[in-house]
Design a protein around this ligand. Structure first.
Ligand SMILES: C[S@@+](CC[C@H](N)C(=O)[O-])C[C@H]1O[C@@H](n2cnc3c(N)ncnc32)[C@H](O)[C@@H]1O
Length: 411
């Protein structure tokens, strides 16, 4: 790599280290070296240290080159006391950001390239720029979005038959989000399935299976990864989807997988050990949870869809609740409906002998419907206090009923 103004480098500060004296300002030399390294691919990383800015929780920043959607970018990881924030920028944005903080908020900037390391230090009376031998000489991988080792790799024949991948086994652009969702779902489900005693893992039921993306993924994972003979059943009201899915399951030889046409509420879940659902519409998620509880399933995992039933209840009572100042705004009604619907679902799981966890299972970049509820059977029996909390929450918000109560026969 050609170092900018290399001809001016002179004067040895210590073994292998040079102090640089040039007409360019020291920060400019540092930034030129950074830009040159970015351009010729020798950039390894940049570290910003000695923070003196106003944000009390910000500590350091680490920056590395990445390729995102075929574009060379810089990925900034802002390290705060209790969290990291990652932001990716093209070179122009990155330089603007760096010029605004190096020597102003961060008194030490270090540049590591495969040709040499640089440090720009503002901690003395005047800035010092040093160059030393490279600490890393091997080129770095820029593949930010390189093929990850996924629970469900793209090469599966059923992914092609379902239209998720093309003839070469590449995920088609419009199916990327669904591909990520099912992978993430299986990544979370995997350890939970492994935790179930094999003799209790008999049947997994996917409620509202649609085109069967998740159902196939779980069947494949059980058969190939867990070497489990557990059956997998997709329950779906649309006959065309059920027919297509059964055809593909037969074609690819997933013998333990089948699809049943009908409504979730009518499905006989007796004997189901695991109940899953991905984006089963509105109260269909409640029917799914109720079927899992009725079967005394070991595990219930749902990622809900819309929350219309509770939204209507909240809207009807909004004006006469202490939250009227929030609930006159549609966006807050929407968010409140989601939280209340899923919060009460978690409580009702607890009321029926399950532990509950509610969390985002995937970034909202891939779907806004990114909340997951996991209920694991505790074997500790019912929890009456959880039912009391449901009653108190309903009274506070003026909600007459949550559909899951009806589905569970609580009213
Ligand atoms: C949004 S899609 C999700 C499909 C699939 N789980 C996925 O994530 O790709 C919801 C599916 O649930 C089905 N569905 C909704 N309510 C249902 C019910 N009560 N009984 C059976 N299927 C239902 C719909 O027909 C639709 O195919």
């Amino acid at each position: 790599m050609l170092w900018p103004r290399q001809a001016y480098i002179g004067g040895s500060a210590s073994a292998g280290t040079s102090i640089i004296d040039t007409p360019l300002s020291k920060p400019d030399q540092f930034f030129s070296a950074l830009q040159a390294a970015f351009a010729d691919g020798s950039l390894v990383r940049i570290a910003l240290r000695a923070y003196v800015g106003d944000h009390e929780a910000l500590k350091t920043v680490d920056i590395k080159p990445v390729i995102i959607k075929r574009q060379n970018q810089l990925s900034f990881t802002w390290h705060y006391k209790t969290r990291d924030v990652v932001k990716n920028h093209d070179l122009d944005e990155s330089m603007e950001t760096l010029r605004g903080i190096v020597g102003i908020e961060f008194n030490l900037a270090q540049l590591f390239t495969t040709a040499g390391d640089w440090s720009l230090d503002f901690q003395g009376k005047s800035p010092k720029l040093k160059q030393s031998a490279a600490t890393q000489t091997a080129p770095v991988s820029l593949a930010h979005d390189r093929a990850k080792a996924r629970a469900i790799p793209a090469g599966k024949p059923w992914l092609r038959d379902l239209g998720v991948t093309d003839a070469e086994g590449k995920v088609i652009p419009s199916a990327q989000d669904k591909f990520r969702q099912i992978n993430r779902y299986v990544e979370i489900l995997g350890p939970l399935l492994k935790a179930i005693r094999p003799d209790r893992l008999k049947r997994v039921v996917d409620m509202g299976s649609g085109k069967g993306y998740l159902t196939f993924a779980v069947a494949d994972f059980l058969a190939q990864t867990l070497q489990s003979g557990a059956q997998v059943v997709g329950v779906e009201m649309r006959p065309d989807m059920v027919r297509l899915c059964n055809e593909i399951a037969g074609k690819v030889g997933l013998a333990q997988l089948g699809f049943a046409q009908g409504s979730i509420a009518d499905y006989d879940s007796a004997g189901a050990s695991v109940l899953i659902a991905l984006h089963a519409c509105d109260t269909a998620t409640d029917d799914a949870i109720a079927k899992g509880i009725a079967a005394d399933a070991e595990l219930i995992v749902v990622a809900p869809c819309c929350h219309k039933q509770i939204r209507r209840e909240i809207e009807a009572a909004a004006a006469s609740t202490p939250l009227d100042y929030l609930l006159r705004h549609g966006i807050f009604v929407e968010r409140q409906a989601e939280m209340v619907t899923d919060g009460i679902r978690a409580l009702l799981l607890e009321a029926h002998g399950y532990s509950s966890k509610v969390f985002e299972f995937i970034s909202d970049q891939h779907t806004p419907k990114n909340v997951m509820i996991v209920g694991e059977r505790t074997g500790r029996g019912r929890n009456a206090a959880a039912l009391e909390k449901v009653a108190a929450a309903k009274a506070f918000l003026g909600i007459r009923r949550h559909y899951l109560e009806t589905a569970l026969g609580l009213e």
